[in-house]
Design a protein around this ligand. Sequence first.
Ligand SMILES: *[C@@H]1O[C@H](CO)[C@@H](O)[C@H](O)[C@H]1NC(C)=O
Ligand SMILES: *[C@@H]1O[C@H](CO)[C@@H](O)[C@H](O)[C@H]1NC(C)=O
Ligand SMILES: *[C@@H]1O[C@H](CO)[C@@H](O)[C@H](O)[C@H]1NC(C)=O
Length: 973
Amino acid sequence: MGKQGFYVSKALAVVFIVLGLGALATIIALSVPPVTSNRPVTTNPPVTSNRPVTTNPPVTSNRPVTTAAPSNEPWDQYRLPKSLEPTHYSVTLHPRLKAQEGTGLYIFTGESSVDFHCKEETDLILIHSNKLNYTSKAGGEWAELTVVSGADTAPTITESRLQTETQYLVLTLDRKLTKNAEYRLTTTFTGELADDLGGFYRSEYVENGQKKVIATTQMQPTDARKAFPCFDEPALKATFDITLIHDAGTVALSNASSPETIEGNSVMRTVFERTPKMSTYLLAFIVSEFGNITDTVDDVTIKIYARKPAIDAGQGDYALKITGPILKFFENYYNSSYPLPKSDQIALPDFNAGAMENWGLITYRETALLYDPEFSSNSNKERIATIIAHELAHMWFGNLVTLRWWNDLWLNEGFASYVEYLGADNAEPDWGLKDLIVLNDIHRVFAVDALASSHPLSSPEDAIQKPAQISELFDAISYSKGASVLRMLSDFLTEPVFLKGLQTYLQQFAFGNTVYTDLWNHLEQAVQDLEFNLPFNVTDIMNTWVLQMGFPVVTVDTTTGIVTQKHFLLNPDSEITTESPFEYKWIVPIKWQKNGAEQPMEWLREESETKPEMKLGGSDWVLLNLNMSGYYRVNYDDGNWDRLLNTLSNNHEAIPVINRAQLVDDAFNLARAKIIPTVRALSTTKYLTGEMAYMPWKSAINNLEFFFLMFDRSEVFGPMQKYLQRQVQNLFTHYNNATAGYTADAVGHQNQYTQVNAFSLACRTGLTECQNLASTLFKDWMATGVNKIRPNLRTTVYCNAIAAGGVDVWDFAWGQFQKATIATEAEKIRYALTCTKESWLLNRYLEYTLNPTLIRKQDATSTIIYIAENVVGQNLAWDFIRARWPYIFSQYGGGSFSFSNLINGVTERFSTEYELHQLEQFKADHAEVGFGSGTLALEQSIERTKGNIEWLKENKQTVLEWFQKEVSASPSS
Ligand SMILES: *[C@@H]1O[C@H](CO)[C@@H](O)[C@H](O)[C@H]1NC(C)=O
Ligand SMILES: *[C@@H]1O[C@H](CO)[C@@H](O)[C@H](O)[C@H]1NC(C)=O
Ligand SMILES: *[C@@H]1O[C@H](CO)[C@@H](O)[C@H](O)[C@H]1NC(C)=O
C-alpha cells in the first residue's frame, strides 16, 4: 500500500507541528495535513447489527457459527493448510448502490467459483470468508463441489459453517478429495457494502446536490475474503475472470480490461478479460459514475478516473502527464516491460490508506492523485508524484513478483518507498527529490528505530498470523527503514550491480513468490558476475541490518583514529529485551571526506577498529556518512565537532547540503541520548542565520519541535521564541523581499518549501509582521470572497489567522471546508481549524470528528491528533479519546496506523509524572477492550513519556540559560 500513514510534510505550519525528535513523533504529520492512515478494518469489524435479513436472493446465515477456543483443529489456525491450491476463479459481483428498503442496508450479491488443485488428500475444505452470508445450494449446503479433472465424482459436502475468528468457510466432506485432481467449488452469497473502507465497500460524495455512491475495494492485506470466498494468502496466486453487474449509467472497472459491456434493460454486465496469475490482495472492483481522461504510451492505455467535476476541472491532468514517463522509467529500471495492457488510476473520496497498488487499477485518496494549480501546494504536487511512482513501482516489485508471506512486507514496501524517489525524480528532475528521502524517511524512522521497543525489519513467518499482526507490519519500520537500508545497499553495491541483481530476480520469479533472501542471492550473483569488489557478502552485510532492530552510532576519535560503533538508543537507560543475533553490531559502509575531499570507502565490522587515515592533525576535519548514504548516526571527538561547527559558520558550503542537515539532526539526537551536551546541539542552529537551503533548516525545525513540545507550557518558551525569531528573521525578510510580501512563489521547488518554513517559523515565534500579514491575507478572503493566498502558504496562513481569530473566523473557515471542491484545499482547512486557541471550539471540533457526515472516517484520527498538537487542545483531545475509547475502538478499529498514530500523536507532549500516571491508568482501564494495533504504540508512549520526564529534569535549566545567554548577546554574534 502506498506511503500510507503519515508522511512528513514539507511545508511547516505554524502553531503546532509535531516534532520528530525522539519519538514516533515524526510519523505524525505536520502542517500539510497528510494522509491519514490506517488500514482497512480487519480485526475489529464495525459492530454488525442484527437487522432482519430481507435480502435478495434469500440468504441463510443462521447456521451455527463456531467461535471455539483456539485448538489444534485446522480451522483454528490462521494459516491455510497446504492441501489445496487455487488455480482460477470466476467471480460475478453485483453491488447495489441504493440502500435496501426496510433495512437501510447497502449490499452486494455474488456468485463465485474457484478451481483448485488437491495436493494432499483431505476431507476438509477451508476457504477464507468474512462477513458473507451464503445461499443454500441444492443439497442444502452452502457450496457445490464438482470435478474439473482427475477424478470421477466429487465427494459430497456434509456440513457448512463459518469459523468467524479465523475467517473461514468450513466445508466437511463425506470422503477425501483425490490427490492431484482438480475441483470446482461454487457459492452464492451476499455481503454488506458498508462504509468501513475494507473489502468491497462504499464511498459517498455529493455532486450537484445529489448523493452519489461508489462501490470500491481495498483488499490488502486480508479483506478479499470480505468480497468473495477465496484462498486469501499472497502465495496462492491464481487467474481471475471478473464480471460486474451494475446500473446503466455507471462504469465498472477491475484489474483487467473489459472488451464487452452487455447492456440489459436497466442493468449492465461488464465482463473483464482474464487476469494474469496474481494474488488476491491485489484485486480491485469499482462501480462509479466517474469521468476519465486517457493517454496511450506505447501499447499501454493510461487512464485517470475521478469525480466528473474534478476531471472536468483538469485535476487529473498532472497525474496523467507524469504516469507515462514514470512507467517508462520503471520499464527501463527493471529492464522489463509493463506487465499489463492498461494502467488505470482512480481517486476515491473515501480511502483509508494513501493509495493501493491493485494490479492495473490503482486506488488513491483524492489528495494523492488530484492536482489543481489554483489550490494545490508544491508539497501536494510532490506527494502526487512520489505516490504515483511508489504504486507504479509495485506493478513489478510486489505484483509481478510477490513476497510469499506478510512477514516480508518490509521488502515490498521498503523497496517501493525507495524507488518512488527515483521514479518521481525522473518525472520532476529539477526538484532534487532524491535527497529528500533523508528527511522524509531516514530521519523519520530513526526516531522510531532508536527506541528499545522497536523491532527488526524481518519477522519470522510464523510470528505473523492474525490479520491484526499483519496490519501492524504496515509501519514506519517497514516503509522507511526498508527504504533506507535498500538505498544504502544500492549505494555501496553501485547502481549497475544493484540493477543487475534486481532484474534477474524479477525475471526468475515473474508471476511467482519469493522470500527476501532470494533478492540477496541475485544481488550476490550480480556481484560475482560483474566482478565487483565487496569485502563481505551481501547476505552477511544485510543480515546485520535486517535481522536486528535499531542502528549504530559510529564514533570517530580523530586524535587516535579509533572508530567504534554502538547501538544508538534515544534513551540510553532503556532496557533491551529483544536479543540480537549479532549483539547489536553492524557491518557498516563508511563513505567519508577529509577537509571536503572524498576518501576511499571504509567498512566497520568490529565494535572498535583503528583507521589510521582518520587520525588527524592541526585544523583538519573529517565528515563521515557522506550524503547520509548509510543508515547510521555519527559522533566525533570534541575537537572535530568544533572544527565542523567552525566550518558551518565560516564556509558552510564546504559541507554537502545533506550532511549539513545531518550534522544538525545527529547533534540533537546524540544530545537526546546523552552522548553529547544539549548545548552542543543547540549551537548547530547558530549558523542558520547564514543558511538558505531547505534541508538544514527543515532538519533544525524538525528537531526544535521537540523543544516546542517540551517547553511550550514552561518559562523556557519566552527566551526560546526570542532566539528562534532572531534566527529566522533573515530568511523571513529575504523571502518577503523576493516574493513581494509573500504574494508570489519563490523560484525552485525546495526554495518554495523554505519560503513557507520562513513564514511559518516567523509567525510561530511571534514575529508580529508575520502574524499581521497572515491575518490580513485571510481577512481579505473573508471580505471579498476571493482567496488570493498562494496555495503553498495556505496551510500556515489559515492556521495563524484562525489562531488569532475568534468564532467568526473559525466558522468562515468551516464553511469553506464544507464547500471545498478539491480535497487538498479541504485538507488544509481541516488542519487549520485545529489551530484555534478557543477550548470550546476545539471541543466542538472533537465532537465533529466522530460524525462521519462532518468529518470523513478516513480523517477522524488525524484531526484528533492535530488538535492534540495544539497546546490548548492537548488535554481536550486526551480526555476525549479516553472517554470514548471503547466507541472509537469499535468504530475505527483494526487499522494499524490509526490506533498507533492516535495514541502516539495524542500523547506526544507528555512529560510529567502526572501524565505518565494517566497513561498507565488508561492502559489499565481499557485492558479489557484492548488497544488492537495500538498496543505497541501505547508501550512506546509510556517509554517516551518516561524519557521526556527525565530529559526535562536534566536539561531544562541549561537550555533556559543557553537561550537567555544567546538572546542577551548582540544579535550579530
Ligand atoms: C447476514 O446475516 C446476518 C445474520 O442473519 C445479518 O445480520 C446480516 O445483515 C446479513 N448480511 C447481509 C448483507 O445480508
Ligand atoms: C472515458 O471517458 C470517455 C470520454 O468522456 C467516455 O466516452 C468513456 O465512456 C469513458 N470510459 C470509461 C471506461 O469510463
Ligand atoms: C557469505 O559468507 C559467509 C561467510 O562469511 C558464508 O557462510 C556464506 O555462505 C556466504 N553466502 C553467500 C551467498 O555467498
